[in-house]
Design a protein around this ligand. Structure first.
Ligand SMILES: Cc1ncc(COP(=O)(O)O)c(C=O)c1O
Length: 493
């Protein structure tokens, strides 16, 4: 069917008022001005009109007075790479002209296919279990799915206990509260991580003490921990960052020698293993997140794992208002309500039923990325120690500006214009406003990783062809044009 662009076109002899009316009607934020042979002569955007009116333009003025004559246009076919790369934050709508200069199509940034960094896959029994909750009225934090989810999780991680909570942040808060961490205590935390371990430490009244990360694992550097231990140190929170486990043996050895607790923040690493043991089963307590961008999701949600029965009882007591399990409404301590609902647990159970499939497929995705990016000069692949099973929560790379000829942020912009969402690595904690005491300390590895790292799309269902597109755009944006594998933009399989 022939496309109708009439609402986008006005003739060059119209007034400002006519252009405003056309903009109002087409809602696309732009009109193209054509002569009587339908040849495009210029364009006007919403912003152009706003600026003109502010400068004193009258609505009866000829629109031609304000028209952009120096406009950017594309050629057919609309979706070819050259056209797509012309789009950016300023040029959001590109007129596509035929050889005579007539408008034959329109390419808009918002119309482009987009590949998210991470999206949930809810194609198992989620709906069935949630409907069961709705049909039976078990929608709050009691019900069979909470128990089943916890039991399946406990078995999966190989710990004696698993306790579900409302998210990964409160899991950390609960862990610290149950371990008695509070005012006057210090907690060792990697400088490169999502903020939750540090902010929960602060909210417990304790002081976070940052330790630089290891360049080869991106996680806390065990060799750097001991110099930060003081008589006030109570715990080490290790973060298995981006799915790669921390080097646990030396960390556990240091912790035991100094009488410190180890909290494993496994929010990004469900299924990851250190020397064959699942993360979350190695320290005193493990914490997990089921936010929608995690390997499995419950929307919002979290879990704690431990094999210490006393700790489990305290965690459970504090999670449930500090209420006695024998005597209802009798509160042994002041506690929280950090429970997960049966509805969320229903989703979690269905997700956990698919974890092996998710991780198997992620392995294929990772191989596909690595095979294509390993020879791109200046691109450093994600860490993979011989003792580690990395689950690559987000496949993240480092960009060496000198070797690639492009800096990380420009590469992200380039990928974005091609419809590919990415994320920079976390900002080092010592640079962030809540931690002024750490601002002058030196964390060269965290600084370096944060300055040049980015995460690429890694959903559980990302198509391998889409991985190829991401790699092709990276190759074409760097000095490695020869590695650019041809594919057709816009043809989403
Ligand atoms: C390392 C780490 N810890 C904790 C959290 C907090 O989890 P939630 O978002 O479920 O509160 C996250 C979330 O992304 C995380 O990445």
């Amino acid at each position: 069917m022939k496309k109708d662009f009439s609402s986008l076109l006005v003739t060059t002899d119209v007034t400002v008022k006519d252009v405003l009316a056309a903009l109002d009607k087409n809602g696309k934020g732009v009109v193209f001005l054509v002569d009587h042979d339908q040849i495009m002569r210029g364009l006007l955007t919403d912003s152009d009109m706003r600026r003109a009116l502010l400068k004193g333009a009258s609505i009866s003025d000829p629109a031609e007075l304000y028209m952009n004559r120096d406009f950017v246009s594309g050629t057919l076919p609309k979706d070819k790479p050259e056209n797509i790369t012309l789009l950016n934050e300023k040029i959001c709508s590109l007129p596509i002209l035929n050889p005579s200069g007539r408008v034959v199509d329109l390419l808009r940034l918002t119309d482009l296919w987009r590949l998210p960094v991470m999206e949930p896959v809810l194609k198992g029994r989620e709906m069935e279990y949630v409907l069961d909750c709705l049909n039976t009225n078990w929608i709050s934090s009691q019900g069979k799915y909470v128990e089943q989810f916890e039991e399946k999780f406990r078995t999966y991680i190989s710990t004696d206990h698993a306790l579900s909570v409302s998210n990964g942040t409160v899991a950390l808060h609960l862990a610290m509260a149950a371990l008695g961490i509070g005012r006057g205590d210090e907690v060792i935390i990697p400088d490169l991580t999502f903020i939750a371990p540090a902010s929960m430490t602060v909210l417990c009244g304790a002081k976070p003490v940052f330790v630089d990360v290891d360049r080869s694992t991106w996680t806390i550097d065990p060799e750097n921990i001991e110099v930060h231990i003081t008589p006030r140190t109570k715990a080490i929170i290790v973060v298995h960052l981006y799915g790669h486990p921390c080097e646990m043996d030396p960390i556990m050895e240091i912790a035991r020698r100094h009488g410190l607790y180890v909290i494993e923040d496994c929010a990004e690493a469900l299924g990851a293993e250190y020397k064959g043991r699942k993360v979350g089963a190695i320290g005193d307590v493990g914490t997990f997140s089921f936010f929608a961008n995690k390997v499995i999701t419950t929307g919002e949600g979290g879990m704690l794992t431990t094999s210490n029965p006393e700790l489990y009882n305290t965690l459970r007591l504090l999670r449930d208002h500090g209420m006695s399990r024998e005597k209802r409404y009798w509160h042994l301590v002041a506690g929280f309500n950090y429970r997960l609902t049966n509805l969320q647990a229903a989703i979690g159970l269905a997700q956990l039923e698919r974890i092996d499939d998710f991780l198997r497929y992620r392995g294929e995705v990772v191989s596909r990325y690595s095979a294509q990016l390993k020879d791109v000069e200046g691109i450093v692949l994600p860490p993979q120690k011989e003792w580690a099973k990395n689950i690559y929560w987000l496949y993240s790379i480092l960009v060496d500006k000198e070797a690639t000829g492009i800096d990380r942020d420009t590469l992200m912009g380039h990928l974005s214009v091609h419809g590919i969402d990415t994320r920079p690595l976390f900002y080092p904690l010592h640079k962030q406003p809540p931690f002024p005491d750490e601002a002058d300390n030196s964390f060269p590895n965290a600084d370096w990783l944060s300055s040049c790292g980015l995460s690429l799309p890694t959903s559980n269902n990302i198509k391998l062809e889409d991985v190829d597109k991401v790699c092709a755009v990276i190759c074409s944006a760097t000095k490695n044009k020869s590695l650019f594998r041809k594919y057709e933009f816009g043809k989403d399989s």
